[in-house]
Design a protein around this ligand. Sequence first.
Ligand code: LER
Ligand code: MN
Length: 285
Amino acid sequence: MKIGFNLLLWTGHVTETHVPILRALKATGYDGVEIPVFDASDSAHYRWLAGVLDDIGLQRTAVAILPDEEHNAISPDAAHRKGAVEHLKRVIECSQNLGAQSLVGPYYQVLGQFTGEPPTDTERAHASEVHREIAPLAKAANIVCALEPLNRFEAHLLNTCEQGAAHVKSVGDPNFGILYDTFHANIEEKDPIAALKTLYAAGAVTHVHISENDRGTPGRGHAKIRETLITLKALGYDGWLTIEAFGRAVPELAAATRVWRDFFPNPEEVYTEGFKLIQDTWRAA
Ligand code: LER
Ligand code: MN
């Protein structure tokens, strides 16, 4: 397995100013970083960042969202669904320039935008169409897709692993799977570990987020992080274990993830303790 850290703790757009953070993550022992590709307007930027990460010696994955209603895979408006495809095409180009191995995140609906109703078959079919179109493009760029079910307070289309597995089946592309996030599973699954095992047995786990129940330092809360690691090792999982935590450094991100207070004294605690927890638990398992 490989241990990663998501840069969303600091920013939605990684620039020169974040290079000291990237170096610190490398020095801690991380294999790679998860880079937000939220701004997909300048693909050359990600080529520059790839060079920086190569020099430091960090592999990478990319995380994307759908930015607004005009780029929404479950919109009733065909033009908006086409907008989602066009946005994801640009994201794939940026991610390829970045040298990303995977494209992860909830790129099926706009975060925090609800109809007030449960997901419909039409919304599911619309999302499948969008994902069927982009999965081969990602494959051609050597990028694996990992779609992320989110808790009910952030999204309504995919909340559970079961819904995620059904969506993967409906997309029907071997390059398209699910991101299992311990934070979301803690909220939505009756038994997060049983859900993980079922998802894994369906061949659908292509990425993992290690995230505490409050989004703080892994190991200091009650999400089943140790059990998740032990289970994944027993199953033979060989992919990314990427830590995700959120603070209040970026107001838009804090608002989107509903972070209204501090969960840790500083980012160093999150990335040093989190790394040690994963490494120690994996070794001992
Ligand atoms: C959001 O809740 C989350 O878990 C992220 O990985 C997606 O942006
Ligand atoms: Mn996540």
